[in-house]
Design a protein around this ligand. Sequence first.
Ligand code: FAD
Length: 481
Amino acid sequence: QSAHPEFDVIVAGGGPGGATAATLLAKRGHRVLLLEKERFPRYQIGESLLPSTVHGVCEMLGVSDELARAGFPVKRGGTFRWGANPDPWTFTFALSRKLAGRTSTAYQVDRARFDQILLENARKHGVDVREEHEVLALIEEDGRYRGVRFRDDSGAVATAAARYVVVAAGSSTALYKGVGERVYSDFFRNVAVFGYFEGGKRLPAPNEGNILCSAFDDGWMWYIPISDTLTSVGAVVASERAATIQKDREGALHGFVDSCPIVRDYLSEARRVTSGKYGEVRVRKDYSYRSTRYWRPGAVLVGDAACFVDPVFSTGVHLATYSGVLAARSISTVLSGSLPEAECFREFERRYARELEVYHTFLQAMYNINESESSYFWEARKVLGTDQPDEEAFVDLVAGVSAPGASRFGDALRDATRPESLDEGDAVFAGEGTRFLGSVLREAGDLQLRAVAGEQDEPEPGMFPDGLVSSADGLSWERRA
Ligand code: FAD
């Protein structure tokens, strides 16, 4: 292999994880080739996003305005019929002190469109994006990955060389195998069956864009508004049901809807979509897993290629884009020659593993469905080991901003516009177990003022005492001063 390969980085897979890593690497001037098996727009599940993705990573990628123009429903939080309380309870992202104004919301997205926006954005930043190009294998030489073998859109097989390969090819390919082994969680072994409905009801304002999750006898259901009239509806049940579900997907989905009172009521006047990309009832095993390693010399795993954790808090795209940021930081730092590879990827692996571990531990507690919501909030604080109030710890966790420095990584404070959520009339929350803390919003306002005054540029605190911190632009690592 040449010491000067044609590309600095090859990214396998153009979903949110791959598009994020590719764009941030191109922003630092690296030559990036992204190979995507499908032609976009393509269907994908995972429509409910977190504020950390929308206002953090997407801001870094430069797609915030485009996302705002796309008109995706705005998600202010989640409404849960879960636990001992028979009434639904609602949490709102505005409760997090790390989020302010419009940054305390996220979107519910049509993934085909969202993913295409991110992929086109990678192109605009200079990434050489080639669709209908399937990566067949990673090429290893002398203990280091040095490129890939791929099939192009004409069916011809070729190779390409690079100094790094980012494997972002999702859950269903075997490309991760060169890096680590997949270990499945003993706890989360579920199967999901899902479809789309026109004309479903909406939660009362201002929570009409919230995700609604409801536990029922067989498991739990999601109800996600992805336009004013279209709703994504799915049931997550124990994997033993998989064979029966596969025999009659549609019957199974309707059966679950019928046994889940809130969802049955919300769909009472709706009809299932039966044509187009939303016309199918789909089934996915959503077993949770993680790779025993996330990197090897020359290759790194991001997103579902590396790990997946139960979808109840919509963390998939967050973990994919977060790991895309961490991978880009690590690769850029090594390519610039400023820090050794092992030190950069150690930081990558520890931060990524920490984020996954926090969700994995917390979600196990969420499956203890006979608890009160206050015990879930308490569990969040325990998992994070913070001294903030329980409910705020819970919101930080489910907003994807629990990591130290997340507000900087999220650049959440950059929102200089006066947010609507600071209006008093907006402070309305439904259901028990929620409360509105005016002081939190006042603090959010203060933080915004600081942001406008340019005082937000304190160094990232770092996550580990002996670890690295991110650079001012968030695109590489530095040692502590
Ligand atoms: P993907 O989005 O899968 O993208 C991978 C890309 O790689 C694809 O475009 C694929 O075509 C391409 N590819 C595959 N193989 C190759 C190859 N050999 N060569 C080149 N390209 C290749 N997440 C949320 O955030 N919110 C939710 O509400 C949510 N709900 C979910 C519900 C269920 C039932 C499940 C199972 C998951 C859910 N998720 C959710 C998780 C979410 O779907 C994933 O975590 C997310 O899509 C991962 O992004 P990614 O970029 O890693 O992979």
